[in-house]
Design a protein around this ligand. Structure first.
Ligand code: NAD
Length: 472
């Protein structure tokens, strides 16, 4: 069987596989699957040269079962209607899996971002935001964008400023977009949240001997040989946390310009410094250059982490994948058919809608911060510190021992925003994994983690429709 080329069809194949194992009414399943709103528009942008260019852009709001809808904005030459629909649908399932109370959305502008100056990108981003505003596709209670491929906190800052200018009466204006710069209502820990979430997720996935034994692996991340494709926001942070906090060995890295391997391990920060200096991963001292970048995907390793774009692994190259675990850090990097083939070969695929959900989780925390207009930890930090000091004093008095200053400042520390964000992120990823694992374990059929996570999403969304009913 050859996979359909449409990305949205691929997502729906995965949906249908899971839906067939539930007993929800067909109409409800159809409603969960449907794209609720979709716009395509074009707008002019003035290039630095004075020329005018017409650009195409889309925003898909996949599911209004919860509002606002939430999802990134992508700048790429391959952006089209099919891609935003697929990515919006994945966002709906992702939010449900990690209990983030949003519907899914996604948007994109069809441009290769590197061909535009910073000033041009600012004009494009502001005009794009203006178009979304005119069409009621942006607002803290309606639809809240975030970064995706080739966009980051800089673009989110422009979006927030444009929206706030257009809606000066909206006291919650800063909640119209997430992953903003901290000074503009952003939250500590958002930049690295997707990568950190991947680390928490994979630590949990690898934690049980019972799950690792069939793969021929020992439990734990320590010493796992990892290959990462794409060293952007997601891939870089995932590689960094896996190496530094998990003790994994990064044996291969793949970027646009090529791939390198080193069986004894690469230090991600050193490779990044080399890439900044030379504009390339290649020729990193002590590593081997591979013949072609995609050969990196086929390296012998324990864990492969595609973190670039969709369709990195298809039925064409899936027979050559030698990893034992494939963790979908990007959205849709393994086609539906390739995923089935990997599963048949006993390779565990950790699905995108779960493993990369750390970004939207911390975006949710940022949105909450914007609505409550106060930094997390501000009210309770000192109170917690004082309460802990009182307990330490009482222990000192009753036991006659005294704590050192270092011990006191370690034990009696109130939580800062970053502590609370990371704690909430860890709890979210761990809890979601256990829900998925339980569904997998209790299913009468032998299902993969993707199907189990999709069942988790479908059950939660169907429950919302069941309790809410269908209007009118
Ligand atoms: P990014 O633009 O920061 O990084 C992507 C990197 O991939 C770039 O460095 C690019 O050069 C590289 N790349 C592109 N094509 C490649 C190829 N063929 N081989 C190797 N490298 C290649 O984007 P990002 O924000 O890290 O997003 C990456 C993926 O993760 C996307 O699928 C996105 O939808 C998904 N994602 C992002 C977030 C987030 O918070 N940013 C959250 C969840 C999922």
């Amino acid at each position: 069987m050859t996979s359909p080329t449409r990305f949205f069809d691929q997502v729906n194949i995965n949906f249908d596989r899971a839906a067939a194992l539930t007993d929800h009414p067909k109409g409800i399943l159809d409603q969960i699957k449907a794209i609720n709103s979709l716009i395509h528009f074009s707008f002019p942008v003035k290039r630095d040269s004075g020329e005018i260019e017409v650009l195409h852009a889309w925003r898909a709001e996949h599911s209004h079962h919860m509002l606002p809808t939430k999802g990134g904005i992508r700048y790429a030459a391959m952006v089209d209607e099919d891609e935003v629909m697929a990515l919006a649908a994945l966002m709906t399932y992702k939010c449900a899996i990690v209990d983030v109370p949003f519907g899914g959305a996604k948007g994109g502008v069809k441009i290769s971002a590197y061909e535009y100056s910073e000033a041009e990108l600012e004009r494009i981003t502001r005009r794009f935001t203006f178009e979304l505003f005119k069409k009621n596709f942006i607002g803290p209670g309606l639809d809240v964008p975030a970064p995706d491929y080739a966009t980051g906190s800089r673009e989110m800052g422009w979006i927030a400023d444009t929206y706030a200018t257009l809606a000066p009466q909206d006291i919650n204006a800063l909640g119209c977009v997430t992953a903003k710069p901290i000074q503009q209502g952003g939250i500590q820990g958002r930049t690295e949240a997707t990568g950190r979430g991947i680390f928490y997720a994979l630590r949990e996935v690898c934690s049980r001997g019972r799950d690792m034994r069939p793969l021929g692996l020992m439990p734990g991340l320590e010493g796992k040989r990892v290959v990462v494709q794409g060293l952007g926001n997601v891939g870089y942070h995932a590689a960094k946390f896996l190496e530094e906090d998990g003790g994994a060995v990064i044996v291969g890295l793949i970027e646009y310009e090529g791939a390198i391997s080193a069986p004894n391990g690469l230090h991600v920060e050193d490779v990044m410094a080399h890439r900044r200096e030379t504009n390339s991963l290649l020729d990193f001292p002590g590593a081997e250059n591979l013949e072609h970048r995609d050969a990196g995907l086929e390296l012998d390793c324990d864990m492969l982490i595609p973190a670039a774009l969709e369709n990195a692994i298809t039925e064409e190259n899936s027979p050559r994948i030698r990893a034992k675990i494939v963790a979908e850090a990007a959205n849709g990097p393994v086609s539906a058919e390739a995923s089935r083939m990997l599963d048949e070969r006993g390779i565990m695929v950790v699905p995108d809608a779960f493993v990369n959900a750390g970004g939207v989780t911390v975006s949710y925390f940022e949105w909450l911060k914007n609505l409550q207009h106060v930094r997390f930890g501000r009210m309770e930090k000192r109170f917690e510190e004082k309460a802990a000091r009182q307990i330490l004093n009482a222990i000192e008095q009753t036991t006659g021992t005294s704590f050192s200053d270092t011990e006191i400042s370690g034990f009696a520390r109130g939580a800062d925003e970053i502590d609370l964000v990371n704690s909430g992120l860890e709890e979210t990823m761990v809890r979601a994994y256990h829900e998925i694992r339980e569904i997998k374990e209790s299913c009468a059929e032998d299902i993969d983690l993707r199907t189990a996570s999709m069942i988790s999403a479908i059950n939660k969304i169907a429950l919302v429709y069941k309790h809410r009913g269908i209007f009118p």
